[in-house]
Design a protein around this ligand. Structure first.
Ligand code: NAD
Ligand code: TYD
Length: 355
């Protein structure tokens, strides 16, 4: 079959990437979707079982830092658009191991940009060629005063994770400004939903409540995060990839701020209700622990540019999204058990040995 476009999605076996891959494979049968992923601890092909045999989908195991391999693949597949999500994504891991974050997020992004540039230069592609998915954490921390991050907020990253993402954002803009490569950057707030690795707050706590394990609340639980349902992020990515303007930055968020402790209490009440436990029975699992080093106080996104320019808005309220998410994790206990035991990693080693 001849495809209209050939789109490379990196990090498609991860949390957000798997939602983006599924959306594109289903919505655009006329596109060939190539998912390139290294399958780190966070990459899990179980996230994509329902579409793995689709005729317009192909998985390719590779490291974005491997310039030759990525470059060859892009040439062979005649890639004419890149959506880049592959990254090390967890702040606590970046505090313990900043080098891995610099390697993948900075050098890996640069390697991918260079491969994309060699392919793009001298050819006539229309629209956004390189779409870089980033985070609101590059803007730093906000005080508790109602201010929001806009696209003009100066970068001020604090964690090794956000410093590495900030650096990669700058490289993407440099490739646009220096070589003219049509590139877009989006900075999104905290995502939640199915298939998120249970090291992040929401799936970790749902899993712990399920097993009646302590819930480690950093500091006093006063920090604020702005939560967006992952399906709404994937919808925004689809819209911006097709209609966003090259050289532009768009913030993505649902104007949905929650103080950690309030969100945690809502999660406990929801899990208890859905498991038929007396509501609030698990409140005693809340355990205040030493604060995260350099813990950003508050993130909050102003996404009015995206709303006004491209007409995007979130499709679910937080209450609906959280309820669906809790239900999904409770109904998919086997997925949680597999990823927390690491069983899926040995499965990959066997499956991809020698490739
Ligand atoms: P994730 O950790 O769930 O998935 C990352 C994926 O990248 C995994 O499949 C992993 O195997 C792959 N990967 C890691 N290193 C790689 C390498 N060197 N080469 C190839 N593949 C590699 O992350 P996520 O939460 O889905 O985040 C995806 C992207 O969105 C990241 O760029 C992240 O910075 C950004 N983002 C995440 C959030 C959030 O709340 N999770 C919010 C805003 C932006
Ligand atoms: P997280 O999901 O790690 O996302 P990020 O740090 O990228 O915002 O954490 C969300 C918030 O929850 C953050 O303020 C840190 C806090 N947190 C805890 O209190 N305990 C935990 O065990 C985790 C993982 C996070």
């Amino acid at each position: 079959m001849k495809f209209k476009r050939s789109i490379l999605i990196t990090g498609g076996a991860g949390f957000i990437g798997s939602h983006v891959v599924r959306r594109f494979v289903k919505a655009y049968p006329e596109y060939r979707i190539i998912n390139l992923d290294k399958l780190t601890y966070a990459g899990n092909l179980d996230n994509l079982r329902d579409i793995e045999n689709a005729p317009n989908y192909r998985f390719f195991k590779a490291d974005i830092c491997d310039f030759e391999t990525v470059s060859d693949l892009m040439r062979q597949e005649k890639v004419d658009g890149v959506i880049h999500l592959a990254a090390e994504s967890h702040v606590d891991r970046s505090i313990k191991d900043p080098f891995t974050f610099a390697r993948t997020n900075v050098m890996g992004t640069l390697s991918l940009l260079q491969a994309a540039r060699l392919l793009w230069e001298g050819r006539n592609y229309e629209g956004c060629f390189f779409y870089h998915i980033s985070t609101d954490e590059v803007y730093g921390a906000l005080p508790m005063d109602g201010t929001l991050f806009t696209e003009k907020t100066p970068y001020s990253p604090h964690s090794p994770y956000s410093a590495s993402k900030a650096s990669s954002d700058h490289f993407v803009r440099a490739f646009h400004d220096t070589y003219g490569m049509p590139a877009v950057v989006t900075n999104c707030s905290n995502n939640y939903g199915p298939y998120q690795f249970p090291e992040k707050l929401i799936p970790l706590f749902i899993n712990n409540i399920r097993h009646r394990k302590p819930l480690p609340v950093y500091g006093r639980g006063e920090n604020v995060r702005d939560w967006l349902y992952v399906g709404d992020h994937a919808a925004a990515i689809d819209l911006i990839f097709h209609r966003g303007a090259a050289g532009e930055t768009y913030n993505i968020g649902g104007f949905n701020e929650w103080k950690n402790i309030d969100l945690i209490k809502l999660m406990i009440a929801t899990v208890d209700r859905l498991l038929g436990r007396p509501v609030g029975a698990d409140m005693d699992l809340i355990t205040y622990v030493t604060d995260r080093a350099g813990h950003d106080l508050r993130y909050a996104i102003d996404s009015s540019k995206l709303r006004d320019n491209l007409g995007w808005k979130p499709s679910v309220t937080f209450e609906e999204g959280l309820e669906q998410t809790v239900r999904w994790y409770l109904e998919n206990g086997a997925w949680l058990d597999a990823v927390t035991s690491g069983a899926y990693l040995s499965y990959y080693e066997e499956m991809y040995a020698g490739r």
